[in-house]
Design a protein around this ligand. Structure first.
Ligand SMILES: [Zn+2]
Length: 117
């Protein structure tokens, strides 16, 4: 996971590269950076799931590009809020929740983006 976005930097829309590869069981897709999304090779290109995955992860990638969110190995930053991250989970308040949980505001925004598919 890397994030090259720096506050105050002028950002340009970059084309997003989509790669299909073997992902861990249960993982459909992942935004690797502001310009790269990976989708499980088990998801057929002509499926609804594929389109939704691109809408969802594309939204994360765009937010990384704009600086609205940032991912580090042990944190996620959403706006000016920082959440601890580790072992596939993210801490919200005193509770550790699975990454991708709709309880996180950035995930709710990405799930909303899927509805336009
Ligand atoms: Zn997500």
């Amino acid at each position: 996971m890397r994030n090259k976005a720096l506050p105050g930097l002028v950002r340009h829309a970059k084309p997003i590269t989509i790669e299909q590869k073997k992902l861990a069981p249960g993982i459909t897709a992942e935004a690797i950076s502001e310009s790269k999304i990976v989708i499980s090779k088990d998801v057929p290109k002509d499926s609804e799931l594929y389109k939704r995955a691109i809408a969802h992860e594309g939204h994360h990638a765009k937010e990384m590009a704009s600086g609205r969110i940032a991912y580090g190995d042990n944190f996620v930053r959403d706006g000016d809020q920082v959440f601890a991250r580790g072992g596939g989970k993210i801490q919200q308040g005193s509770v550790w929740k699975m990454e991708g949980s709709k309880d996180f505001p950035w995930e709710r925004r990405a799930y909303r983006a899927e509805e336009d598919v």
